[in-house]
Design a protein. Sequence first.
Length: 383
Amino acid sequence: MTKILYVHHGKGIGGAPLSLLYTIRGVRDEFTPEVLFIHHGEIVKKFQREGIKCDVDSSILDLSHTEVSNYSILNPMFWFRLFYQPISFAKFYLMCQKSNADVVHLNTSSLVTLAIAAKLAGKKVVMHIREPLAGGLLGLRQIMLRNLIDWFTDAIIPISQYDASKLKSSTKIKVVHNFVDFEVFDKDKKCTSYKHLQKGPVILHLGGISSLKGTHVLIKSLKFVKKQIKHFTCIVAGEDKDRTGFLKREMKKEIDANNLSENVIFMPSVLDPHELIACADVIVFPSTKPHFARPIIEASAMGKPVVASDLGGPRELVVNGKTGFLVKSNDAAALGNAIANILSDKHLAMVMGKNGNELAWKKFELGKNIAEIKKTYRQLVKR
């Protein structure tokens, strides 16, 4: 069987590693997967539990320049990572020379140095674009990255048209949306595991504590929800990315000032997001920057209405007024009123959920999108 060496950059349990895991599940009947992680973490164990061969090499560093994660040139970490790239290149180049993998599949644009190494080592290179490239102050880094990605890959897979629009136009590009397994994200699934958290309607945010994912905007919006819905539960699940503690302090002030302590529950990342979604009445994704949102497509698959920011990424996932609402980013009042509209109208919620499920089957069904990735691998191996 054709062997694929996947490389993943993150340490948390989020959309990118889960999307990679679902991809491997879908292709491993035809291709042999092996995954290199550059960080230790719980996600490595999740892959290993599924019988996937995994290695970890934390001496390799990525260098991100996306709208989701990037380093200012004034940040010492940027220069450290930049000057470390030759070491990452050398390590991965030697790894590729020793590997019998036919294709190297990089799970992010932040691994462009590894793309160069793999290509020069004679491997076919696939790069998944899961976040839009950042413009930067003068746009020079974006121009450089656009060219490097074009020169040193054989296939490029953005997960949205918006992400693709930030790349250099090329016949190598094939947009393949993230997808869901409808057997797992089943619209008929009942709320069981987290039923004890239901105290009135449930608002669910799977973005953790993150300014990028708009957690602070959600907390600010809840006072507008409470004006119309007195009893509700807002669950915030996911990684805590507030390293300074500033966001948590601001959210605590907002919660205390509006008597929301009984309404808000914070919890870490969960390995069974479908169990949480089954207990939710509305899923929110109030991102502050353009970003593909896996929770949106998972919610739609399970027949749940969605409220998301009107930005690149969510615009491709939500049909405004039909599968949910798109609201202006950073507008707490608009977000809160949209949430309240759904929670106060069960018929509207039901119709939006039904429409969302139909959209998910059309655009995000696993089989159809896995077929596109398999097709890409086959074409590369034949060359």
